[in-house]
Design a binder for this molecule. Structure first.
Ligand SMILES: C[S@@+](CC[C@H](N)C(=O)[O-])C[C@H]1O[C@@H](n2cnc3c(N)ncnc32)[C@H](O)[C@@H]1O
Length: 246
């Protein structure tokens, strides 16, 4: 499939520079965009209570929260509305979100403050590093990846976050029986993800048809998804379970 530059989201329209870091190819480009005054103030007030950094090292989810319900880890929450919505709907469950886009973290913290949530923590850095350096083995009940950057052009496919190496990393932190849930509005990415998940060791497709699952009620429509809807895109949900056996 070919796609013209002017059809791409701004951050995918050019070959990013400086994306080949020490840890390899990155799945994101830091976008411009300033934080609003409200986001900045919420960030300053709420970060000490809700923010986590790689320097904090490995976390212990059993002491990090007052709540003790299932732990969900969301990668790339964007502006955070759907994650906040979910956390507000399930106040005894625990949520950790990761997003590299600082204004998105500011927006999420603003919503957390307004709703008085206590069951959510946030990182503002690369999710791969958080998984490797901060999450204990078999600690996560559900890992969510909603509308990851699709990296439309073939020469950029290596930047897609969902690769075999990523799935091995995710599997280590999922509890046996824990869920990996991805949604995308880009069909070629859905197809690649399905194929990669089917070939990844230690996962079982939850779908009865062996393909995609219907959107679970539990997943609110995300901001990026609404944008896709306006463009007439479909949506594909994939749900795989970590198997018991290594
Ligand atoms: C297309 S947006 C989707 C945002 C949101 N999930 C939604 O559906 O509205 C993808 C997001 O993932 C973030 N992202 C990409 N790679 C990431 C990584 N390795 N670690 C953390 N965030 C990442 C990007 O900054 C971007 O905000």
């Amino acid at each position: 499939m070919s796609i013209e530059d002017d059809q791409l989201p701004e951050h995918e329209a050019e070959e990013p520079t400086g994306t080949q870091g020490r840890r390899g190819i990155r799945s994101y480009v830091i976008r411009g965009g300033r934080m609003t005054v409200g986001q900045t103030r919420a960030y300053e007030r709420q970060w000490p209570q809700f923010g986590l950094t790689l320097e904090n090292g490995p976390i212990d989810p059993s002491t990090l929260f007052d709540e003790s319900g299932p732990l969900t880890f969301e990668i790339g929450f964007g502006m955070g509305q759907s994650l906040v919505e979910t956390a507000a709907t399930h106040p005894s469950n625990r949520y950790i979100g990761v997003e590299v886009h600082r204004p998105g973290v500011g927006a999420l913290l603003m919503d957390v403050e307004q709703r008085g949530l206590t069951n959510l923590r946030v990182y503002c850095c690369d999710a791969n590093a958080v998984i490797d350096q901060c999450l204990p083995d078999a600690s996560v009940d559900c890992l969510q990846l909603f509308f990851p950057d699709p990296w439309h052009k073939k020469k950029h496919h290596k930047r897609r976050i969902l690769q075999l190496e990523f799935l091995a990393r995710v599997r280590r932190v999922l509890k046996p029986g824990g869920l990996f849930h991805m949604a995308t509005d880009w069909e070629p990415y859905a197809e690649q993800a399905l194929e990669t998940l089917m070939s990844a060791p230690g996962y079982r497709n939850v779908s009865d048809s062996g393909g995609y699952v219907p959107r679970p009620e539990s997943r609110p429509i995300t901001k990026f998804e609404r944008r896709g809807e306006r463009l007439g895109h479909g949506v594909w949900d994939l749900m795989f379970q970590r198997t018991e056996i290594d």
